[in-house]
Design a binder for this molecule. Structure first.
Ligand code: PMP
Length: 407
């Protein structure tokens, strides 16, 4: 008898088995058996415009390494030097024994970069949203979020004791409808600056106007805006020239900033409060020195080499125009995140497989990451992609799109 049978025999004796749902979950195994499972693909190289998968070179259009800094010699050298000086981990939370001088220096640098009074460094972007939202939004207070906000914002709201209200995606009339219901309550609107699946930009000018009218605070999750939008890469608020109007800007290091971790920036008294109440900050170890040093070096490069952002936008325009010219539906995208909308989940899985076979690594997004029936290939671009690589991607999409009857 194998071990699984023994375990099953044991649970047969009980009325209900909590693990039963695991046995019944077969969708992923079916996709694996059909050879169309697109997740957990193993990459054997650095996150560059070309990666190695199964010993074979592929063009990577599924990465958030927008500025191409994750394998930059200066960033890597900074990380190595930090390991030499501080070792590999902090073995404590920021609150107690895990605050290094480099954490504090990075907080000052991030605050200056984001043009805010203060910033606080977290160990992931996900934890940043969990900690910030759950500590700030209290009982009898309201948080208003876009339906397509990132999962970490939704989970942060769930952990708060406030009332959660969702408005239709980037629909400012719907937001106003909700705001007018809660005129007398303390409230905060939380949005993605750039939406992570759709690649569209929040209508910040209208949102700011409404927030002022109804007395709401604003928090922007700019995971995909920092290093991408704005004249100097400071993100969505800079892009709209509304930096002073946004109360809190959250960012992650896992995209343009070449590492892993997150931060919140805003008024000193708010950051001071979050520092003492955010549970994901207080009860989790601080980010390792190598990550902190990488982010610091990445910010220096962003400030010193504005041409990287220009190149990213050159590549973005090329791909947006290229997909549209081929007849693909790229939805409302206007950033380096370019979805190619396919519709049916299975068609999207097949498309990913066919692209994979042609040496193109693109991501698939199906429900619940996107609305049901709107499955898409999520493509995203780096400043470091070459013209030739991007032409090969368009060729592959054209061939596969025709074969699947999408174009
Ligand atoms: N917010 C948004 C909009 C994101 O896309 C992500 C990551 N996909 C996060 C937050 C979480 O960031 P991290 O990867 O640093 O946990």
């Amino acid at each position: 008898m194998d071990r699984r049978m023994v375990q099953n025999t044991q649970v047969d004796l009980k009325k209900e088995d909590l693990f039963e749902k695991c046995q019944k979950f077969t969708a992923a195994r079916e996709a694996i058996a059909a050879g169309v499972y697109p997740y957990f693909r193993v990459i054997e190289s650095a996150q560059e415009p070309e990666v190695i998968v199964d010993g074979r070179k592929m063009i990577m259009i599924g990465s958030n390494n927008y500025l191409g800094l994750t394998n930059h010699p200066r960033v890597k050298e900074a990380a190595i030097n930090a390991i030499k000086k501080y070792g590999t981990g902090c073995a404590g939370s920021r609150f107690l024994s895990g605050t290094l001088d480099t954490h504090v220096e990075l907080e000052r640098k991030l605050a200056r970069f984001m043009r805010k009074e203060a910033a606080l460094v977290f160990s992931t972007g996900f934890q940043t949203n969990l900690g910030v939202i759950s500590s700030l939004v209290g009982k009898n207070e309201v948080v208003l979020i876009d339906k397509m906000d990132h999962a970490s914002i939704i989970d942060g709201c769930r952990l708060s004791f406030g009332e959660i209200k969702k408005f239709k995606h980037n629909d400012m009339d719907d937001l106003e409808r909700l705001l007018s219901h809660y005129e007398d309550k303390a409230k905060m609107i939380i949005v993605d600056g750039v939406f992570s699946m759709e690649g569209d930009i929040v209508d910040l000018p209208k949102l700011v106007k409404l927030a002022k009218e109804y007395g709401a605070r604003i928090m922007v999750d700019d995971a995909h805006g920092i290093g991408v939008l704005g004249k100097t890469g400071r993100g969505t608020a800079e892009y709209f020239d509304l930096e002073d109007e946004v109360d809190l800007i959250m960012g992650t290091y896992s995209k343009s900033l070449a590492s892993i971790g997150g931060f919140i920036s805003g008024p000193e008294e708010v950051i001071h409060y979050i520092k003492h109440f955010a549970r994901s900050f207080i009860f989790s170890a601080s980010p390792p020195p190598a990550s902190i040093a990488s982010v610091s070096a990445a910010i220096d490069i962003i400030e010193e080499e504005p041409e990287r952002i220009e190149k990213l936008w050159h590549n973005t325009r090329k791909m947006l125009n290229g997909f549209k010219a081929l007849g693909f539906d790229t939805g409302t995208s206007e950033t380096p995140i370019i979805p190619v909308i396919v519709g049916d989940d299975m068609k999207a899985f097949r498309m990913a497989r066919m692209l994979h076979d042609k040496g193109v690594f693109a991501n698939v997004a199906v429900s619940p990451a996107v609305p049901a029936g709107s499955a898409l290939m999520r493509t995203s671009y780096m400043a470091t992609h070459t013209e030739e690589q991007l032409d090969r991607v368009l060729e592959a999409f054209e061939e596969v799109g025709k074969e699947l009857g999408i174009i």
